[in-house]
Design a protein around this ligand. Sequence first.
Ligand SMILES: Cc1ncc(C[n+]2csc(CCOP(=O)(O)OP(=O)(O)O)c2C)c(N)n1
Length: 807
Amino acid sequence: MSSLTEQKIKPSSLKLTPTEIIQDYRLAFQSRQVSLLGRKEVMAGKAKFGIFGDGKEIPQLALAKAFRQGDFRSGYYRDQTLIFALGMHTMQEYFAQLYAHADVEADPASAGRAMNAHFGTRSLNPDGSWKNLMEMYNCSADVSPTGSQMPRLVGLGYASRLYRELKELQHLKQFSNNGNEIAFGTIGNATCAEGMLWESINAIGVLKAPVLLSIWDDEYGISVHNEQQMTKANMSELLKGFQRQRGSRDGFDLYTVKGWDYSALVETYLAAAEVVRREHVPAIVHVVEINQPQGHSTSGSHERYKSKERLQWEEDFDGIRKMREWMIENGITTVAELDRFEEEEVKLVAGIRDQAWKAYLAPILMERQEVANMIDDIAASSTHQTELQRIKSSLLAIPNPLRRDLMLAIRQALMMAREENIPAKQNLIAWKQQQDTINTDRYGSHLYNQAADSALQVAEIKPIYSDKSPTVNGFEVLNACFDAALGRDPRVIAFGEDVGKLGDVNQGFKGLQEKYGELRVSDTGIRECTIIGQAIGTAMRGLRPIAEIQYLDYILYALQILSDDLATVQWRTRGGQKAPVIVRTRGHRLEGIWHAGSLMAGLIHLVRGMHLLVPRNMTQAAGFYNALLRAEDPAIVVEVLNGYRLKERVPDNIDEFTVPLGVPEILRAGKDVTIVTYGACCRIVMEAADLLGKMSIAVEVIDAQSLLPFDLHGVIGESLKKTNRIVFVDEDVPGGATAYMLQEVLEKQNGYHWLDSAPRTLPGKAHRPVYGSDGDYWSKPNVETIFETVYELMHEAHPQRYPLFFK
Ligand SMILES: Cc1ncc(C[n+]2csc(CCOP(=O)(O)OP(=O)(O)O)c2C)c(N)n1
């Protein structure tokens, strides 16, 4: 082991008994068998795709020795040996996921939803409440995009700092013991070329988050060598600037160690973790000289891109082979004993594989038999007996049937007997419908929080106003709301660019850092992606982050993590994990390409699994924040950028009133046309409605205010029944969020029944919003264009009554 750090590791701190070492070896060997057999399962057509942890066994055994209960992992698909060593998943569960066994008992990580080697422990009880995370080895749920485990790692580590340094969190014993928990990250060498890695490392260093990151360096990223991945082809070299100086707490401890050197690995991990845990100084262990014996995945073979010499080296320096040699050389065991163990392990893993396969297939075989019997029943009374028997036989002949094969046979049978009046058909139809319901839940449940603490269960508490309710600037309403939230719940933390000292660029948090301290209300670097990661990780450890993205336009930097990670946490774990993050941002109605954008449709479609709220003023925003803070769901709240200095009254119950999600508000009643809008557009639509009123056109203005969920009780459909005409207005591009709202109302609420005129959308232009007031005028809907659109609609219906005067 060579350490790049000032930190010295005692040379022979390895105090393991021969029995422990042999146990480690046996586990490594078993894990290798899992990889070998797993690959064969894919080649035999029993699984779709496989990616395995062969070659990474030895360093992971060492890492496991440093992992304690309460610690967290945020890693990637190569980590099976670590997972087995800690008992996070069994080998049977690993195979179950390989087969896509869609049962949470069989595959607790993803219930058959994720591809293989996507690990995740269950932080939640079946009712959605937190387990005691201090009694578990914790693994945040993996995602496939390489590097996306990194932003979350920032927050998982940072939470320990908060738990150690904030006295008001000391009572939360199920999440922390004085912040002594480490967040262990793992990443492949090639993924170190991703920007997220660097942003995350920097953030971890700045935050002094107790993170221990391992880089598994097998020199390749699929076929591409380190030479093409990174400058100097060497991560240890690149990381030197992050290394801390002797006596300083700034920076990382860095270690480089060979992936086949068991004793050096164990020493390194134990020593490194000790410092991280005690001092909250992060560390990076760069594990070099590791191999990838079966190549990248089942999708290809590495012989195509690795040289003969490299392949030979991979054989000679295989970690398991080297450990075996080392054990024999050091008299820890004998060749004969190892041979015997290996023979046992081969049998053991094959048995586990068989068990997993049987458990996966058994219910499907039972269902197949049920279907076959029902087809038999129909055939008995059908004139198409032969054809029906053939459908049944084909179904029974499939060696490893899927549920979709059953559905196909049912459809074929029903089609064959479609003209016959056979009572037995009803059984098959009922069975099919029942299975469709089961499978919709099997694959689709938990997109949103299904527990009692869902935001949709929060009761509405109306704002109360009295003579004493002060009229203030909009930002002061938010300020009062956040003050109450921070005072009420010590788990609430807020951070983002300029959120700390300044209290955010629009002063929503003004004075709150002084009041609650630098850890409760804090500044971050300009790093949108890891601001969200910081929030995900802290939320996964029981805290309630309000993470600020300074402007809506810049949420694009964080969108991938919002979409791939945060929005899918509940769904991809089938309710096993949650991250109740509130993302606060502001936008619309400033001017200029990157300050007035409206990415609403992009967001709506990419963050399904989160709530997306677009309050028209700061009081509505405060009501949403209050509702969200009483629930455990992730959400984005887009505040109106030019509303902070508009006057609003502070409700007397600012600390507790709530605005319910998914409930539009009728801002103005009318009988002629319904206009649906949200956010900043509400004000201009109301102005246009005033103008239209002067022309005797009574507009009903509806503020949708919640895009996800959207109008849960059909308020807009009811309005349409009355007006029979509808216009959707917003600042997004044509076909954007207006088209989404149109589909919700016309298709889902059957609004088309009530239309007397063609429905209209009035969005912004396809191009980006232009800077300057004139440019803005021709970029976005305004009072005049709204007026003309509605007037034209009325003109089409009643040309005499509403003659055109502007065209
Ligand atoms: C964002 C993203 N880009 C590309 C891929 C496809 N992909 C999967 S693994 C991989 C190589 C990763 O190499 P490395 O980080 O060295 O890890 P290894 O698989 O070698 O352990 C690639 C390109 C992906 N999953 N995600």
